[in-house]
Structure formats: C-alpha cells, structure tokens
Design a protein around this ligand. Sequence first.
Ligand code: PEP
Length: 254
Amino acid sequence: MTQRRPIIAGNWKMHQNVAATSDLVENFLAQNYSEEVDVVICPPFTSLPNAAMLVTGSSIGLGAQNCHWEEKGAFTGEVAPSMLLEIGASWVIIGHSERRTLFGETNDTAARRAQAAQKAGLKVIYCVGETLDQRESGETFEVLRAQTGVMADLDPNHLVVAYEPVWAIGTGLTATPDQAQEAHLYLRSRLEIFFGPEAAAGLRILYGGSMKPANAVDLISLPDVDGGLIGGASLDVDSFSAIIRAAANCAAGE
Ligand code: PEP
C-alpha cells in the first residue's frame, strides 16, 4: 500500500492581522513539529509577507486562501498566482466552500484558478464537499462527482484534495469516520479515472470540518484520509499542535 505523508493545513480565513500572525507563527515555530508531517499555514493575504519571513528556513509551508486565473489585468480585488509566489507562498487553497457559497465560486472558476496556480508553480489544496441538504437528499456522490469532474486537467503532483462537508465546517459537527472514509474512497476512485491508479494512490486527500484534537486520530487514521484542513483549531497553538502530533502518530502507525 502506498504510504502517503500526512499534511495538516491551517486555514486562518479572515483572522489574524500582521501582529497577531507574528505571535502565532512564532509559537508554532517553537513547537518543533515532526518531520513526518507536512505542516502548512494559510493566513490572510496581508499577513503573508510577514509569515513568509518567519517561516523561511523552517519546515512550515505557507499558503494563500485564493488566487485568480489571470496573471494581471482589470480584476479588482483579485491576486495573481505569481504575486503569491513573489511573497513566499508555495500553496494555495482553491474552491473552499465559503468561496463557493458566499462569493459565487463555481466548479468552472475553481478549476481555472487551480490550473493557473499550478502553472505558475503553486501547489493547490482543492476543496470539495456537499451541503447538508445535498447529503440528506442522497446527492453527496453526485455533488462530489461534479466538483471533481473539472479536475482532469490538473497536475496530480502538485495537488492535494480536501473533502470538506459543508455542514461540518465551523459548526462543531464532524463527519463520522464511516462517512469520511466513504467520501474519501469515492474521491480517490474519481482521481483514479483522471490520473491513473498509481498517481491516485499517491494523492493526498485531507478531511476538513471541525477537526479537533479530540477527533483527529479517528479521522486521520482512516485508510484514505491523509491529514486535515483545519479552520478554527488552526488558530490555537495547543489544538493545532495536538492535531499535528496525532497525524505524526498515525504516520508512525501508533
Ligand atoms: C475550513 O475552514 O476549511 C474548516 C475546516 O473549518 P473548521 O475546522 O473551523 O470547521
């Protein structure tokens, strides 16, 4: 079986100004995280240069929360992938459910952003997931099918998928291990169609949706769950660090 290196990524959303970013990153750096886990933090755009200065030379990776598909132009409020690279980011979250539900992101625009990001040299965390209505009406797989259908042109070597059931994001509700494993397995079968069995087996699929220290082991130890995309708990040093330790223990088979 392919051994996939776990990733724990923190989505800070619209939290942490520059000063608060410095405090939090310095606290993270003092934790000496396990080499067995890829740790990525995704602060707001304005905090990225400062965070980049602090994490340079450390094992913590830096990501943004969105980017545009064009390199430049009349796109007020957008940021180009090359601008993110220029300030030291190497990852970007694309298609988060908050972008989809609050800002009109579609499968098509998410795919365009992801393609442009990869072309520029960024690694993409591509988010998918169903709403509560969709789950309750039995449409989960149909939704995941449509959300992944646009991913065929992406480069699997610079891609991480995040399964984030919308009903679990920021709500304190978490998918059960059975629900998470079922969705992840389905997503891997979709990735297999696009990228072939070998690439799909090596691709990391993160779970996101109220992951906390208390549920991290149960989720990350599932066969097709390769880490987490963490919102609320990524803003707390103890919680984020405990989740990283849980991932390291799972990687070590403990
Ligand atoms: C997220 O925003 O991607 C997320 C998973 O948030 P939370 O952990 O707070 O549910």
